[in-house]
Design a protein around this ligand. Structure first.
Ligand code: DX5
Ligand code: ZN
Length: 227
C-alpha cells in the first residue's frame, strides 16, 4: 500500500437511484448503515444528456442528514453555480475537467467557499488532462461509466487510470482522495480499491439492492473490508 494513501476508505451512496418519495428515510438508512458521504449528481441536459437535480435538493438533504454532501456537477460552466451549491450546504464540490477551461481558478474558487475541491474526468479523458492540477485538488473523481445515468456497466479500462493517478499522487505526497463513480458494486469495488481508490460512489448497488438500502450498504462495506 502506498504511504500517502488516505487511511480511511469511504462509501458515498449516490441518491440518483433513491426513492425520492421517501428521500429523508433513504438518507437516514444510509446514515445508520454506515455511509460516509452522500453523493448528489447534478446534471444539466447539456454536459450530459440527462437532467436531474439542483441546489434545492442539496438544501433538502442538508436538513435530512448530518453526513457530508458530495456534489458532483455534470454541468456546463459550473463556475457560475458554485456559490449556490455551497450556500445550499455542499461540503465537497467536484467539477469536470471537460467543462472547465480554467480549472485552476475553479478549484481555488471552490476552496474559497469553504468546500473541498474535486476534479472529475470521463472515461475517455486521459490522466494527463488533470496532471497540472493534481496538487490543487482535494479529490480526483474517476468516472468508470460515461456520466449521465445510474445503472450502467463498469468500464474495466478505468482501473488502470486509477492506478496511474495513485502513482502520481504518491510522487506529489498528496493525500487527495481518489473517488470512483459508475458501476461500482461488490465485484468491481475490490478492483478499484486495489488500484488505489479510497472513495466509492454507488447508486444502483445501494438503492436497488434486492434486500433494500441498508443491505446494499452492508454488502459494499464488506467488499471494502476484503482484500
Ligand atoms: C453517473 C453518476 C453516478 C451514478 C452512479 O453519471 O455520476 O454517480 O449515480 O450510478 P451507479 O452506481 O448505478 O453506476
Ligand atoms: Zn456521480
Amino acid at each position: 500500500m502506498s504511504t500517502t494513501r488516505a487511511k480511511r476508505l469511504l462509501l458515498a451512496p449516490s441518491i440518483l437511484s433513491a426513492d425520492f418519495t421517501r428521500l429523508g428515510e433513504e438518507l437516514a438508512e444510509c446514515e445508520s448503515a454506515g455511509a460516509n458521504w452522500i453523493h448528489i449528481d447534478v446534471m444539466d441536459g447539456r454536459f450530459v444528456p440527462n437532467i436531474t437535480m439542483g441546489a434545492f435538493i442539496v438544501e433538502a438533504c442538508k436538513r435530512a442528514t448530518k453526513l457530508p454532501l458530495d456534489i458532483h456537477l455534470m454541468i456546463e460552466k459550473p463556475e457560475l453555480h458554485l456559490e449556490s451549491f455551497a450556500g445550499a450546504g455542499a461540503n465537497n464540490i467536484t467539477v469536470h475537467i471537460e467543462a472547465c477551461p480554467h480549472i485552476h481558478r475553479t478549484l481555488q474558487h471552490i476552496k474559497s467557499l469553504g468546500c473541498r475541491a474535486g476534479v472529475a474526468l470521463n472515461p475517455g479523458t486521459p490522466v494527463g488532462a488533470i496532471e497540472a492540477v493534481l496538487g490543487d485538488a482535494d479529490q480526483i473523481l474517476t468516472m468508470s461509466v460515461n456520466p449521465g445515468y445510474s445503472g450502467q456497466k463498469f468500464i474495466l479500462s478505468t482501473v488502470a487510470k486509477v492506478r496511474e493517478i495513485r502513482k502520481k499522487l504518491d510522487v506529489l505526497k498528496s493525500s487527495a482522495h481518489i473517488e470512483v463513480d459508475g458501476g461500482i458494486d461488490a465485484q468491481t469495488l475490490p478492483k478499484m480499491k486495489k488500484a488505489g481508490a479510497d472513495v466509492f460512489v454507488a447508486a444502483t448497488a445501494v438503492f436497488k439492492h434486492p434486500k433494500g438500502t441498508q443491505a446494499g450498504i452492508k454488502s459494499l462495506r464488506n467488499a471494502m473490508r476484503g482484500a
